[in-house]
Structures are given as structure tokens and as C-alpha cells.
Design a protein around this ligand. Structure first.
Ligand code: ADP
Ligand code: MG
Length: 461
């Protein structure tokens, strides 16, 4: 009984420290909107970098032809080919292939990573040639979704600012990622032109806008998190170049690096950050993206185990191993509806070597998942509210509809995260304003989006 009380105390402390009442979330939203302005004001004006994407026109539905997309996220990468029908016929044909990135390539050399990507792409293209030559002798056009912070110089070039998530390849930082890819493709004898370099948030925005002109932002909740939205070009003081004809510019926020004193950061988050590949950075991302939620829960369970005996007399090796508990595992436990929480018992045993738990203990584990995931979803909703605030679309019922397109494995598969995010956004906007705001899942926006932007940039458009 004493053990249970100790464990319950750890969870009660966690619950208290992770609280996100609406008042706190409104502060977070205001702070996000403020940082957005500061980041647009001048280079280095905010931790939220507000990078120019050089995408000044989004796809319209009139694009036509065959285009390729390449999507390098955090865990997988995907190659795809789309045939665009033009005249609102949209995507008439698409094929894609997903490949997981061998972990050793995430911290190897730049040429190894890009070499691997180019060789997978070459295989994919070779399959096309076996069918028939649909490219009509034109040079193939590729859109490259590269979901790490890049300082762009044009829509098809940019240097890597830093790695995030599980990547750490020193010799790539500061280099032009398009040039690296282009070189690797040449080595493979692949004749292809990189027409656009974007990230997944920009791709999601473009992919969703292609079907719905009311889409104002694209947001990712996957391995990491990020957001992109359409800004008025004349509202970007730091921009020195010529203003685009469209008057618009897509901004890649890099909001994962957002930080605010209002964020409910616990001891677990602090330790996770200190022991991470990028201490002090990506604080918002570390509170709410798929790479980290399981790891936060693991740290809480370890503390529970060290302070009580509710998991029995176990070997702590597994429980002490960073990242053994993944977000899909906590999602499975969190959604366990079996009367005796059988799935929780299974996941604890498989991943942490915690055998024989009582139902009471398993309920406590579910509660930890709930606290961590709910905090994440509520903070995510506050970020969305911050963007809507910046756009002046956060209050009263607007004439205009505002659609936020969201993609990423966390949003797609973690139902409770998804539901909590949507209900919290409603809570923050209020009933009236909520009527004109919609959140929509943009399935595989990021890969298609790259091909679409390549299409709208291409000389063959
Ligand atoms: P990336 O961010 O690498 O482009 P995804 O958007 O596919 O990739 O997101 C992958 C992430 O989504 C994983 O790292 C994981 O954290 C999360 N995820 C995948 N499946 C699930 C699931 N069933 N439940 C919760 N989270 C999941
Ligand atoms: Mg992705």
C-alpha cells in the first residue's frame, strides 16, 4: 500500500506540473503570435525562425504533367511520382514507395545519406522506364521535401541550419542540400532536376491548398513538429528581395524551436532535453512530437519504479534505456479498452521487461500516458490558435473559412491526441470563431506537395 501511495504521488505531481488550463494556453498562443512577428521583423529576431520558403504561389489545380517528389522526414523517406491532369482534374495517377532510413545513416556522412537517397530514387525511376517512357524526353522534375531547418536562397536551394530529431551529420550543416542531392543523383546517372526544396509543413500546405483554397496553414505532428502558413509579403520586414507578384510568401515557421516561460516544463522534460542530441533547442517539439512522447513516459515510469515497488523487483536495464518506449506503444496503451488492460500489460512486458503488474498499476500507467499526450495535444492546439491570431482569424465568426491542414504519424494514428487537439482548439476559439475554422487531415500532403510545388515552379507547368 505504501508503494502504491508513492507511485500515486509521482503521478499526482506530474499531473499538477503538466496542467494546461485555457488561460495558460491563451498565453502560449499570444506568445506564439508575438514570436511570429519578431521572427519576421529581423533575422534572429526570435527562436521561431520564420524562414522564407520562396514559395510565393501555391498550386492551383491547373498544373499538368509528370512530377516526382522525394520526402525525407525523420524516420522514413518516400519517393513518389504523380501524373497531374490539369484543369482541376488533379492527380490522375500516383505511385509511391516508402523506405526506412538505416539508423547508421542518420549520423554518418552527408555523401552516404544522399547517396542512399539517390540510389533509392534511381531504382524507383528505373521501374518507370520498364513500363513506358511517360516523361516524353523532358528532363524529369523533382520536388524535394527535406524536413529540417534550411535557410533558403531560392525555391530550389538552401543551406542546412542544423539537424533535429535523430539526425546528426556534421558535414552537412551549412551545405546546400539541393547541391548535395544533385551531386548524388549525378553519381547514380540520374537525369533529374530539383525544381523545389521545401519542408513537410510547406508541402502539407501546398498539397491541401491544391484541393481547397481556404487552407491557410500546414502543420506536422510526426516524428517532429512544424508549421507553415501564407503570409503577406509586405508584412515581412526582414525580407530584402523583390516582392513577389502574388503578394504572398509561404513562411516555414520552424515552430518546434518555440519556447516560452508559459510552457509547462517538468523535471522529466528538462532531463530529456539535457541528454538529447540538441540540448536547449526544439523545446516545444520535445513536449509534443512523436519522437519524444514515449520517452517522456519512460522517464516517468522509471521514476515510479525507483521510488516504489509497484512494478515488482525488476531489472531496470530496459527501463533505463533511452527511447525504448516509443510513442506508438504509449498510444496503444492509452487506447487499451480491454477490461483488464491486457495491451498495457503486453507493452510493459515487451518493451520494458515489466512482468506481472496489478490492474491498479496498469491504470496508473495509462494515466501517465494520458497526462503526457493531453499536455502535448493542448499545447499543439495553442500553437494553432497562435497562427490564427497572427492571421486575425481567431475571433468572431469570420466571413472567410480557415482550414488548417495537418499531417504526420502522431496526428494520424494517435486518436486521443487528435481528438484532444481539436476539442482544445474549439475551447480556445470559442463557439462563434470555431464555426469558421476547420482542421483537416491532409493525408501524405508533404510528398505530394513537393511534386506540386515542383510543378508550379517548373518550366513545363
Ligand atoms: P516523419 O515525421 O518521419 O515524416 P511520420 O509523419 O510518418 O514521419 O511520423 C512518424 C511518427 O509518428 C513516429 O515517429 C511516431 O512517433 C508517430 N507514430 C507513428 N505511428 C503511431 C501510432 N500508432 N501512435 C502514435 N504515434 C505514432
Ligand atoms: Mg513526414
Amino acid at each position: 500500500a505504501a508503494a502504491v501511495a508513492m507511485a500515486e504521488q509521482v503521478v499526482a505531481d506530474l499531473r499538477e506540473k503538466c496542467e494546461t488550463p485555457a488561460a495558460l494556453l491563451r498565453e502560449v498562443a499570444s506568445s506564439m503570435a508575438h514570436e511570429m512577428g519578431a521572427g519576421l521583423e529581423k533575422e534572429g529576431g526570435s527562436r521561431v525562425k520564420m524562414l522564407l520558403s520562396y514559395v510565393d504561389k501555391l498550386p492551383t489545380g491547373r498544373e499538368e504533367g509528370l512530377f516526382y517528389g522525394l520526402d525525407l522526414g525523420g524516420t522514413n523517406f518516400r519517393v513518389l511520382r504523380v501524373q497531374l491532369g490539369g484543369n482541376e482534374k488533379h492527380v490522375v495517377n500516383r505511385e509511391s514507395r516508402e523506405v526506412s532510413i538505416p539508423p547508421q545513416l542518420m549520423s554518418g556522412s552527408s555523401s552516404d545519406l544522399f547517396g542512399f537517397i539517390a540510389s533509392e530514387l534511381a531504382k524507383f525511376v528505373a521501374d518507370e522506364e520498364k513500363c513506358d517512357n511517360i516523361s516524353n524526353g523532358k528532363k524529369r522534375e523533382l520536388g524535394f521535401t527535406f524536413s529540417f531547418p534550411v535557410k533558403q536562397r531560392s525555391v530550389a536551394s538552401g543551406t542546412l541550419v542544423k539537424w533535429t530529431k535523430a539526425f546528426s551529420i556534421d558535414d552537412a550543416v551549412g551545405e546546400d542540400v539541393v547541391a548535395e542531392l544533385q551531386t548524388a543523383m549525378e553519381k547514380q546517372g540520374l537525369d533529374m532536376h530539383v525544381a523545389a526544396l521545401i519542408n513537410d509543413a510547406v508541402g502539407t500546405l501546398a498539397g491541401a491548398r491544391y484541393y481547397d483554397k481556404d487552407v491557410v496553414a500546414g502543420v506536422i505532428f510526426g516524428t517532429g513538429t512544424n508549421a507553415a502558413y501564407v503570409e503577406k509579403a509586405n508584412a515581412i520586414p526582414k525580407w530584402e528581395g523583390e516582392l513577389p507578384n502574388s503578394g504572398d510568401m509561404v513562411i516555414n515557421m520552424e515552430w518546434g524551436n518555440f519556447c516560452s516561460s508559459h510552457l509547462p516544463v517538468t523535471e522529466y522534460d528538462q532531463e530529456l532535453d539535457e541528454e538529447s542530441l540538441n540540448p536547449g533547442e526544439q523545446i516545444y517539439e520535445k513536449l509534443m512530437s512523436g519522437m519524444y512522447l514515449g520517452e517522456i513516459v519512460r522517464r516517468v515510469l522509471l521514476k515510479i519504479s525507483l521510488h516504489s515497488s509497484i512494478f515488482g523487483n525488476i531489472d531496470h536495464t530496459k527501463l533505463k534505456t533511452h527511447f525504448v518506449l516509443r510513442t506508438p506503444h504509449i498510444s496503444a496503451m492509452h487506447h487499451d479498452e480491454t477490461p483488464d488492460l491486457k495491451i498495457v500489460a503486453e507493452k510493459l512486458e515487451e518493451n520494458l521487461e515489466i512482468t506481472s503488474t496489478s490492474l491498479e498499476t496498469r491504470k496508473l500507467v495509462v494515466e501517465v500516458c494520458d497526462i503526457v499526450a493531453r499536455r502535448a495535444a493542448r499545447l499543439a492546439a495553442a500553437g494553432l490558435a497562435g497562427i490564427l491570431k497572427r492571421l486575425g482569424r481567431d475571433c468572431n465568426a469570420q466571413e472567410q473559412r480557415s482550414v488548417i491542414a495537418i499531417d504526420g504519424g502522431l496526428f494520424e494514428h494517435y486518436t486521443k491526441f487528435h481528438e484532444c487537439l481539436e476539442s482544445t482548439l474549439g475551447e480556445l476559439l470559442g463557439e462563434e470563431a470555431s464555426k469558421s475554422v476547420a482542421v483537416k487531415h491532409a493525408d501524405d500532403g508533404s510528398g505530394i506537395g513537393a511534386a506540386l510545388i515542383a510543378a508550379s515552379q517548373s518550366q513545363y507547368r
